[in-house]
Design a protein around this ligand. Structure first.
Ligand code: UDP
Length: 344
């Protein structure tokens, strides 16, 4: 994709800047904003993002792409209404490989994105994370919980970058009166995740599709709660359009442990895979589940997509990426995807 200069927007059209817009979440956000009539400028240095995620928007009149590291000064010669700051390596494998870039984009990059929002008088949203709660001692996690983070452990670069980013966002809000939002994103999955990003969904699905053993770390009793990307995007857009400056958890509270999750992937894909237990990475959180009371109350938001529905779309995407033929749906999988019928 070639770099295109932003064209002049039409009057009254909302203008959004999405940092990290070529990534998994940033690209879904960009699609949703374009669908809702925004003019969108994506800024991404492509260290973990991929132009394939936005290639379908090339040539669209409301879209432009700037390849830039957002830790450098961001210059845009057009008005901006919303800045959505999503740029960051986000999978444990990525931020372990790129610890300094992760810390820089969370600190210097957030500073530049906040500076852009302040200069343009734009509203600012920070994509924060459930990792600010670390290995949580409070369960489920509410926004009041301050977290249990090991600053010097391998995950510290991501957790502390995001905690710093939250602190800087609040400082700009308090000191400069910037209208800010903070979303704490819990585990999210869907099409456009990288096959090799190391996260559990692409790892298990690609292993199952190849009939290879599913690598469960530790004894698999650690829990996560998985939200489908479309649900997350709806929650994030509602948050930006709301009036709260407090952090808001967005995630799906349906919690399960990783061994159960591996068995579910084997069942849905019909794979012949076995389970292979591998060592648990250091500081891997034991449990994670969002308390979404605040999102429900302030945004009227709850997740809608079931795990079965979300996984069906995700598995189809990975099948395509792996160049595998489309699956014939089994009677069992058809049953599990059927929507409940209204009573006769
Ligand atoms: N995990 C696993 N096997 C894998 C990859 C991950 O058992 O091949 C586990 C990992 O140890 C963690 C959970 O799955 O407990 C979710 O990991 P992920 O990297 O997706 O994200 P995290 O929630 O840890 O940031």
């Amino acid at each position: 994709m070639t770099k295109r200069r932003p064209r002049k927007p039409s009057p009254n059209q909302p203008i959004s800047v999405v940092t990290g817009g070529a990534g998994f979440l940033g690209s879904h956000l960009t699609d949703l904003l374009i669908e809702r009539g925004h003019r969108v400028i994506v800024i991404d240095n492509l260290i973990t993002g991929n132009v394939d995620n936005i290639a379908h928007l090339a040539g669209h009149g409301n879209f432009s792409f700037i390849q830039q590291d957002v830790t450098e000064f961001i210059f845009l010669d057009l008005p901006v209404d919303y800045v959505w700051h999503f740029a960051s390596p986000a999978s444990p494998v990525d931020y372990l490989e790129l610890p300094i870039q992760t810390l820089k984009v969370g600190s210097l990059g957030t500073h530049k994105a906040l500076g852009l929002a302040k200069h343009k008088g734009a509203r600012f949203l920070l994509a924060s994370t459930s990792e600010v709660y670390g290995d949580p001692l409070v369960h489920p996690q509410t926004e009041h919980y301050w977290g249990n983070v090991n600053s010097i452990g391998p995950r510290g670069c991501y957790d502390e970058a995001k905690r710093f980013a939250e602190a800087l966002t609040m400082a700009y809000h308090r000191e400069h009166g910037l209208d800010t939002r903070i979303v704490r994103i819990f585990n999210t999955y869907g099409p456009r995740m990288r096959l090799n990003d190391g996260r559990v969904v692409p790892a298990f699905v690609s292993q199952a599709l190849k009939n290879k053993p599913l690598t469960v770390f530790g004894d698999g009793t650690q829990t996560r709660s998985f939200c489908y990307c479309a649900d997350l995007m709806e929650g994030i857009c509602r948050l930006m359009m709301s009036s709260t400056n407090e952090p808001v958890n967005i995630g799906n509270p349906a919690e399960m442990n990783m061994l159960e999750f591996a068995r579910e992937i084997i069942r849905i894909t019909g794979a012949k895979s076995k389970i292979a237990f591998k060592p648990l990475p250091q500081d891997d959180p034991r449990q994670r589940q969002p308390d979404i009371t605040r999102a429900k109350r302030l945004l009227g938001w709850t997740p809608r997509v079931t795990l079965a529905e979300g996984l069906e779309k995700t598995i189809a995407y990975f099948r395509g990426k792996l160049c595998l033929p489309r699956a014939r749906r089994t009677a069992d999988s058809r049953k599990s995807h059927r929507r409940p019928q209204p009573p006769k």
